[in-house]
Design a protein around this ligand. Structure first.
Ligand code: NOJ
Length: 558
């Protein structure tokens, strides 16, 4: 059967909002956010207009990598609540049309996970093959993910005299997914959470998850590591009609196509576009739209069921690893010049507003651009109000401060003693006194109102999720003019990445003599293209415009 409705594949037009329960809202005032707090903020999220929540890990964990070191997959960190609270939260989300996806962290476990405790206890333990063991680390350099902290992906375990693989920290031993038992365990974990009502998973560290390093000629090993992803997707399809896998795979575009499962679309449902994100920052640093244009033009065609996830900032460092060394230095110089603002030689530990000097025009332009690109937008909590980072923290966690709800003590996140909070509250120009949700809700000129507008316009423009991108020729290097066209219609967007005003002239292709362009962000006024679709539109410094293109006789609302 053909896809008859644009919401048939809900993720194609979703607005995803990532949060960590631990830092979102503390309802029992112990200093740690909890599921009850999140449930009480469901109306806020609904009002914002998001349609899918992505929850960062909330499983029991020693917390040495902020929960990405799981010690029990069938549990909930007791500081955050219990299963009753979890299910209640899911119900409240669903009641408001919000789906919930959760982080699936199965490249590795914590070294405190009972499987690893068993595995390392002796060479003949039944769980030995749940992990990857070698007598000697294989020759040849293997890149470590956290070069400031680790110098090898192999760690000697004294008890049994062998090395185990850990792509990330040494307390995160990699699971051996060439072992069929481990693959079954992963499927069982997914099946469990699906039964509790989740709509899918943000799959952590996908390239590492399917990397068979260190496992040679293993019995049951998959011919093609991607088959593992595909088997999980097939399992997901059998257990749930609409659950998705949103993969974290920071790879060149052409490799991402394979991860999607190519034309068959039987791999990851969605993937973050790290390439476009990194080139966006290069474009911002230069005030020149061309790096981003090139990245977008280089996006390969993907199957209709697959989708790109667009983002500006996530919970990790702003990685710039896919830029050249010179390009990375340019972005560092523009947005994170201090050594303590940089990590791992590749990333910046700041949120967007700090990097842009708090310039509201520029911040809005960036989000306008992100929402106007074909794909599904993903927000990190606090972006909607322009939260900054904790400048006293010089690692990735600087951007994981508590959500700023009010200008009161602890930013309204908790009534606990400030020393007991899950993370400290920024005390600079981005502190709750300056940036908080409560005040912005009542201020029609606030960033929060602007983000709501973007979200609502995005949701009313299904072509942004489904359509084809075309970047139009025009004369200003600082400007990106693009259309996104699909079955639902066509959008035209203009963005000026530089601070000087500019008038951009271009031809709107396939434009009829009576087409009307309706402004979607400012005042709803209309424009009519000249002969042959000619347009000339002025943009302020860091200006942005969205137009709905309505052909003659269109019944679509402007
Ligand atoms: C990617 C996550 O986003 C990051 O926070 C984490 O440290 C690694 N994967 C390891 O799980």
């Amino acid at each position: 059967m053909r896809i008859t409705d644009t919401s048939d594949l809900w993720w194609k037009t979703a607005v995803v909002y990532c949060l960590d329960v631990e830092t979102f809202m503390d309802w029992n005032d112990d200093g740690v956010g909890d599921f009850e707090g999140l449930a009480h903020r469901m109306d806020y999220l609904n009002e914002l207009g998001i349609t899918c929540l992505w929850l960062m890990p909330f499983y029991p964990s020693p917390g040495r990598d902020d929960g990405y070191d799981v010690s029990e997959y069938y549990g909930i960190d007791e500081r955050l609540g219990n299963f009753g609270d979890f299910v209640e939260m899911i119900r409240m989300a669903r009641d408001r049309g919000i789906r919930v996806i959760i982080d699936l962290v199965v490249n590795h476990t914590s070294d405190e996970h009972p499987w690893f405790v068993q595995s390392r206890s002796s060479r003949d333990n039944p769980y030995r093959d749940y992990y990857v063991w070698r007598d000697t680390p294989p020759r040849g350099k293997q890149d470590v993910v956290f070069p400031d902290v680790e110098d090898s992906v192999w760690e000697l375990d004294e008890t049994t005299g062998q090395y185990y693989l850990h792509h990330f920290y040494s307390f995160q031993p990699d699971l051996n997914v060439t072992n069929p038992k481990v693959r079954d365990e992963v499927a069982k974990i997914m099946g469990f959470w699906l039964e509790l009502g989740v709509s899918g998973f943000r799959v952590d560290a996908v390239p590492f998850l399917i990397d068979p390093t260190g496992v040679e000629h293993a019995e049951g090993a998959l011919e093609d590591p991607l088959d593992f992803l595909k088997s999980l997707r097939a399992f997901l399809g059998r257990r749930s009609g609409d659950a998705i896998m949103l993969g974290e795979a920071n790879l060149p575009h052409r490799e991402q196509v394979r991860y999607f499962g190519g034309r068959d679309a039987d791999g990851l449902t969605m993937q973050f576009d790290f390439i476009a994100m990194q080139n966006l920052y290069l474009s911002l640093a230069r005030g020149d739209a061309r790096p981003l244009t090139k990245a977008l033009r280089g996006r390969p065609r993907i199957a209709v069921e697959a989708q790109w996830a667009n983002f500006v900032r996530n919970h990790d460092e702003l990685t710039l690893d896919k830029l050249s060394d010179e390009e990375r230095q340019e972005v560092f110089a523009a947005f994170g010049p201090e050594p303590q603002q940089q990590v791992y030689g590749r990333g910046i530990v700041r949120r967007l507003p700090g990097m842009l000097g708090g310039d509201p025009r520029r911040i809005r332009m960036v989000y306008s651009l992100m929402f106007s690109l074909p794909g599904t937008p993903v927000l990190f909590y606090g972006e909607e109000i322009g939260m900054g980072e904790d400048t006293r923290v010089h690692d990735r966690t600087s951007v994981r401060t508590p959500m700023q709800w009010t200008n009161g003590p602890n930013g309204g996140f908790s009534n606990a003693d400030p020393g007991a909070l899950a993370a400290a509250i920024p005390d600079d120009g981005f502190s709750p006194a300056h940036v908080n949700a409560s005040e912005q809700r009542h201020d029609p000129d606030s960033l929060l109102h602007f983000m709501k507008l973007l979200i609502h316009r995005y949701r009313a423009s299904a072509e942004l999720g489904w359509g084809e991108l075309e970047i139009l020729r025009q004369g200003s290097a600082s400007v990106l003019v693009h259309t996104v066209s699909g079955g639902e219609g066509r959008m035209l967007a203009l963005h000026n990445l530089a601070g000087d005003p500019v008038t951009t002239s271009f031809v709107l292709p396939d434009s009829g003599p009576d087409d009307v362009l309706v402004d979607l962000l400012v005042d709803g006024r209309t424009l009519t293209p000249g002969e042959g679709g000619k347009l000339s539109i002025p943009l302020d410094g860091y200006g942005y415009r969205w137009f709905r293109v309505l052909p003659t006789g269109s019944k679509r609302l402007g």
